[in-house]
Design a protein around this ligand. Structure first.
Ligand SMILES: NC(=O)C1=CN([C@@H]2O[C@H](COP(=O)(O)OP(=O)(O)OC[C@H]3O[C@@H](n4cnc5c(N)ncnc54)[C@H](O)[C@@H]3O)[C@@H](O)[C@H]2O)C=CC1
Ligand SMILES: O=C(O)CCC(=O)C(=O)O
Length: 427
């Protein structure tokens, strides 16, 4: 059977995470029974649900929620609205969440899901109805102590507010407020956490900064390029530029921009916001061929869009000496081999973008305890936690004389193995 380009891409995302897991499992001699459990996902939920469109016609949508593992706590992970969402993509992304929450030392497991749509084709009212129907269809497969979604590609605080409202409306009046933490990443004012919006981008910036600090360098004058100018790409760029780095190029789904003098982050945001996030047409940079992007001269490359972007086909072109994975799974194993053989440091996704889920954990605690945390308090706690996680991985890199991803996986998988062993399931 012929495999289309899109299918090839999806297949290899799941292959990527399994390859990364198996490599580390073999390295640490993971208990074979635990390896079997972690190689599979616990639950793969697929729902089909009808929604009335603005023109009065009914469309049927397909939504996914894959729950990989909950040995360390409730399932946690984002919801993505994108044409590439399917069960394989959700399985891969759910596994990454399990490793990420474990590495960060959070009391969570891993899940991911979404709907296979291009949200640009729908009005705001349609997106609200799609989201509410999806929430009903998921029913008790999500819950504040069971599986807690959050924003991901093409979903945001508004999407989370609709989910929380719909889920809470299924509860009796006296139970409603106890269910607000069914999702995180909500708007501030509806149970959201001050600073959750910037938490992932802040984490990307902070891990880059810590890596440079450990080498006796600062970010002043360092050049960087970023793929994706959404939540993660924008906030990471903003923090980096505020710390003296220079943004040379940005690529999104519609255009690739370059300016050797540096691109203004606030001006680019101002340009893109009213255009459904597109950077196309920005006058403060010239548009270049998308194929030139990865080969641009720079110090730091931040993939902050989709998976499988850095492969054996383009890794040899990359000039950056640091690749900071804002996205989940942006580098496939063959691409990573090329990068490592060329001495390029890869800050792996499960460390680099973990600021988001750490921020979500703070929001969950805030809701559970009926508290309201302030921005400075949140950023201080986030920085402290990220620094601790970074130092743990740095320690493992040195101790095991290995790359950053393997070091991060060793910590993440060993923690889950310990939990299973402590419970005496596989003595
Ligand atoms: N939002 C969050 O808190 C977290 C997000 N992530 C990951 O970060 C990545 C980006 O997520 P968000 O910024 O939230 O999404 P977003 O929806 O806010 O932005 C996505 C960006 O990627 C661009 N993009 C889409 N397809 C592209 C393509 N083929 N080539 C180049 N650019 C493309 C879009 O134009 C947009 O600029 C995803 O991999 C997501 O899983 C990871 C941790 C947390
Ligand atoms: O904030 C969260 O719960 C998860 C965010 C997410 O989807 C991710 O880290 O990839």
């Amino acid at each position: 059977m012929m495999i289309t380009k899109l299918e090839e891409k999806k297949q290899s995302m799941y292959d990527t995470v399994l390859n990364q897991f198996e490599k580390t499992a073999d390295l640490i001699g993971l208990n074979p029974n635990i390896k079997k459990i972690l190689s599979l996902t616990n639950n793969e939920i697929i729902v089909h649900f009808p929604v009335k469109m603005d023109n009065g016609k009914v469309e049927i949508f397909t939504g996914y929620r894959v729950q990989h593992n909950n040995a360390l706590g409730p399932y946690k992970g984002g919801l993505r609205y994108h044409p590439t969402v399917d069960v394989d993509a959700a399985k891969a992304l759910a596994m990454w969440m399990t490793w990420k929450t474990s590495l960060a030392g959070l009391p969570y497991g891993g899940a991911k899901g979404g709907i296979q749509i291009d949200p640009r084709n729908y009005s705001l009212g349609e997106l609200e109805r799609i989201t509410r129907r999806f929430t009903y269809a998921l029913g008790e497969n999500i819950g504040p102590e069971h599986d807690i979604p959050a924003p991901d590609v093409n979903t945001n605080a508004q999407t989370m507010a609709w989910i929380a409202d719909t889920y809470m409306s299924t509860k009796s009046p006296s139970e409603r407020s106890q269910n607000q933490h069914v999702v995180t990443g909500k708007p501030v004012g509806s149970g959201g956490l001050e600073g959750r919006d910037r938490a992932t981008g802040f984490g990307v910036y902070h891990t880059i900064k810590l890596l440079h600090r450990s080498r006796g360098e600062t970010l002043e004058g360092k050049t960087f390029i970023v793929q994706g100018f959404g939540n993660v790409g924008y906030w990471a760029s903003k923090f980096l530029v505020e710390d003296g780095a220079i943004l040379l190029a940005v690529q999104d789904a519609h255009a690739t921009l370059y300016n050797a003098e540096g691109i203004s982050v606030p001006h680019l945001l101002e340009h893109s916001s009213p255009r459904k996030g597109s950077i196309k047409g920005f006058e403060g940079a010239k548009e270049i061929d998308p194929d030139e992007f990865f080969g641009l001269e720079c110090d730091i490359l931040i993939p902050a869009a989709l998976g499988n972007q850095i492969t054996e086909e383009n890794a040899f072109k990359i000039k950056a000496t640091v690749v900071a994975e804002g996205a989940n799974g942006p580098t496939n194993p063959e691409g990573e081999e090329v990068l490592l053989s060329r001495g390029i440091t890869v800050i792996p996704d499960i460390l680099c973008n973990s600021g988001g889920v750490i921020g979500s954990y703070f929001e969950w605690l805030q809701n559970r305890n009926g508290e309201l945390w302030q921005m400075d308090e949140v950023l201080e706690k986030l920085e402290k936690k990220l620094t601790q996680v970074f130092k743990n991985v740095e320690g493992a890199v040195k101790e095991k004389n290995t790359d950053w991803r393997t070091a991060a996986y060793i910590i993440a998988i060993s923690r889950i193995e310990l939990a299973y062993n402590q419970r005496g399931i596989f003595p």
